[in-house]
Design a protein around this ligand. Structure first.
Ligand SMILES: Cc1ncc(COP(=O)(O)O)c(C=O)c1O
Length: 441
């Protein structure tokens, strides 16, 4: 086996071996005789048996990412609470639970999933800006590790529930530290003027309320700055604000804060951007946190699972229109919304490499929206009906954001582990989509 360099791959040569470009290497993608393999399994075989579109995840790649972060953090007392929103499929959750991860959830639905996957309640953090009363009550009853409140009103509601249920509750305050991040505005969450977190000037009052309540205990000061961050500076600034607040609260003598939760947001490589290197991340944050004695919680989602997944799709048609070339595939914005919603870039490669010439195309889905595309103005090999493509970096915010728009069943999900693979979630059937509906009173 010889190594295929990215330049060779771009030239469209038939390759064999490990693909060194980090977008491929992080996923565990290899080529053998021109056929794309993920975690040692041939993607064409999976597509033939399971059909397309299908999400395929490489368990080994998830483990590798988790361990790289773990080892970079070293002796710092910490817990990695996987942000379940990135990919909540039970098989993926089980991989992370078995590695020792905790879980960061944002809904009762996610709570049900992580409990079903075997996470211990005390290792679960409940975040989210709009937890409904019923969700707060369920979380209190389940005795989760702690709940990160995001507003003073939510705190008051939680206090009432704790009283009614006669259950003591560990509380974190998610602070809005007003830190600017260089990411898409839809996933920038730590700035002033957006809906997330308790503004810094309300934190002391919120904490005083907690101190005065017999059932509440302030254990955690938290933040989450945003997603797909590649720069460590916002983390350093945010951590600075959190530690300052934690000190002020400690000085009141009313709180026993033991956790500083620095959120998630570690970025991955989709195109030519830098991914967050765990060692660089640790070099930036550990010196700030280690002397404090706090246990540090992290809530990475995308970093752990994003690179590990691909979406396999089949070409339905080619079409020339308005001076442009279109590749119409069987996966649409309902299957992977990131390109249309965030203008996100996902690398697209052939499953079976051929010596086809390259051309500029739009890769579009079957959904009745002009915004239904996977790639615009992209150089791809001249593929035709029946050829299959892999959309890379689809392990995070892929299936979880899929919808049934156009009454399209959501795709199947497959997990590859040690060369074996299984259907972790079967493709939805059309009948499932309307079996509860009533056509008349
Ligand atoms: C509170 C919280 N924690 C963690 C995450 C995970 O972010 P990422 O997947 O970028 O690591 C999010 C994402 O929105 C979040 O809202």
């Amino acid at each position: 086996m010889h190594v295929v360099r990215a330049a060779e791959r771009r030239r469209g040569g038939v390759g064999q071996g490990v693909l060194t470009d980090t977008r491929f290497a992080d996923a565990g993608l290899t080529r053998s005789g021109g056929a794309l393999h993920l975690g040692g399994a041939a993607l064409t075989a999976i597509a033939e048996q399971v059909g397309t579109p299908v999400y395929v995840y490489n368990a080994a790649a998830i483990r590798e990412r988790y361990r790289s972060l773990e080892s970079a953090l070293g002796a710092l007392p910490h817990r990695i609470c996987y942000a379940v929103k990135a990919n909540s499929t039970l098989a993926v959750l089980r991989i992370l639970r078995d590695l020792g991860a905790g879980a960061d959830i944002v809904s009762a639905g996610e709570m049900a999933r992580v409990l079903a996957a075997g996470f211990a309640p005390e290792r679960i953090v409940f975040s989210g800006v709009g937890k409904a009363t019923a969700e707060l009550r369920q979380a209190v009853r389940a005795r989760l590790g702690h709940l990160n409140v995001e507003s003073v009103e939510e705190l008051h509601r939680l206090a009432a529930i704790a009283d009614e249920e006669r259950i003591d509750v560990a509380v974190g305050i998610r602070v809005n530290p007003d830190v600017t991040t260089d990411t898409h505005p839809y996933i920038s969450t730590g700035r002033s003027g957006i809906k997330f977190g308790v503004p810094v000037d309300q934190v002391l009052d919120a904490a005083a309320f907690i101190a005065g309540h017999p059932r509440l205990r302030l254990t955690t000061i938290a933040m989450h700055l945003g997603s797909q961050l590649s720069d460590t500076e916002p983390f350093r600034q945010g951590i600075g604000h959190l530690l300052e607040l934690a000190e002020r609260l400690r000085a009141t003598g009313s709180h026993a804060i033991r956790v500083v939760d620095i959120g998630g947001g570690l970025g991955i490589r989709y195109a030519d951007e830098r991914s967050m290197d765990p060692a660089t991340f640790a070099e930036a944050v550990v010196p700030l946190l280690a002397p404090t004695g706090y246990t540090v919680y992290l809530e990475p989602g995308r970093f752990l699972v994003g690179s590990a997944g691909v979406l396999v799709t089949e070409v339905l048609y080619r079409k020339h229109s308005g001076g442009k070339e279109f590749v119409v595939v069987d996966a649409g914005m309902n299957d992977l919304v990131r390109p249309s919603h965030y203008q996100a870039y996902h690398e697209i490669v052939e499953l079976e490499e051929g010596a086809r010439p390259a051309l500029r195309v739009d890769v579009v889905g079957p959904v009745c929206e002009t915004g239904d595309f996977l790639a615009l103005d992209r150089t791809l090999p001249d593929v035709g009906a029946g050829d299959r493509l892999a959309v890379l970096g689809a392990g995070a915010y892929g299936f979880v954001m899929a919808s049934n728009y156009n009454t399209r069943p959501r795709p199947a999900e497959v997990v590859v582990d040690g060369g074996r693979w299984w259907v972790a979630r079967p493709r939805e059937r059309v009948e499932q989509l309307f079996h509860d509906e009533r056509m008349s009173p």
